[in-house]
Write a protein that binds this ligand. Structure first.
Ligand code: GAR
Length: 204
């Protein structure tokens, strides 16, 4: 079933290279979707700058702007709703999604994680730490997981995965770079499959 253009809301904390890949794919017509709003818990994040450069509404929301966690959660959910968001994409978002947002967007929040979950995920496992753990475990293959978000870190149903080889002599940085390049491909491809109806999130 072909659905209308999917409206995406992105939550990001730092560099926003996944956000950029999604924006580019939308602008270049590879992805039948548009990024409607970007929210970050980090006022200095490159993700917010990237959104601004593409004239996408963008907002800084954190414990500093909203000291009460329930207010922060409700505010984020409201921003997503106000911008007509269908699917929320976490792209390097280092905070837990609150219960109000989870309820309002149940089954429609995706996260990308730079490893093959359920391996090397959970509390504190983000960025460089994930790749260090992969190397310490002596894995010969790592990869990327896109999954639905629930109330625990890195735990919800898996939507898509792809493998990346660990090469002899890899450092965490080198491995992270190769994984990140593939993240961009996998995130865009997964969103494209959701937009085309090939992946039905409500059936996961
Ligand atoms: C990505 O590698 C993403 O998988 C990771 O943060 C990076 C964000 O990069 N997320 C996690 O580790 C979540 N557990 P980006 O800001 O350049 O898109």
């Amino acid at each position: 079933m072909q659905v209308d253009k999917v409206n995406i809301g992105v939550l990001a904390s730092h560099g926003g290279s996944n956000l950029q890949a999604i924006i580019d794919a939308c602008e270049q017509g590879q992805l039948d979707a548009r990024v409607r709003v970007v929210i970050s818990n980090n006022a200095e994040s490159t993700a917010l700058k990237r959104a601004g450069e593409h004239f996408i509404p963008h907002f800084y929301r954190s414990g500093k702007t909203h000291p009460d966690p329930a207010d922060l959660d409700a505010g984020i959910a409201q921003l997503l709703e106000d911008h007509g968001v269908d699917v929320v994409a976490l792209a390097g978002y280092m905070k837990k999604v609150g219960p109000i947002t989870l309820r309002r967007f149940a089954g429609r929040i995706l996260n990308i994680h730079p490893a093959l979950l359920p391996k090397h995920g959970g509390v504190g496992m983000y960025g460089r730490r994930v790749h260090e753990a992969v190397l310490e475990a002596g894995e010969v293959t790592t990869g990327i997981t896109i999954h639905l978000v629930d109330e625990e870190y890195d735990r919800g149903p898996i939507v898509a995965q792809c493998e990346v080889a660990v090469l002899p002599g890899d450092s965490p940085e080198r491995l992270a770079q190769r994984v990140l390049e593939q993240e961009h491909v996998l995130y865009v491809d997964t969103l494209r499959r959701i937009a085309s109806g090939e992946i039905n999130l409500s059936k996961l």
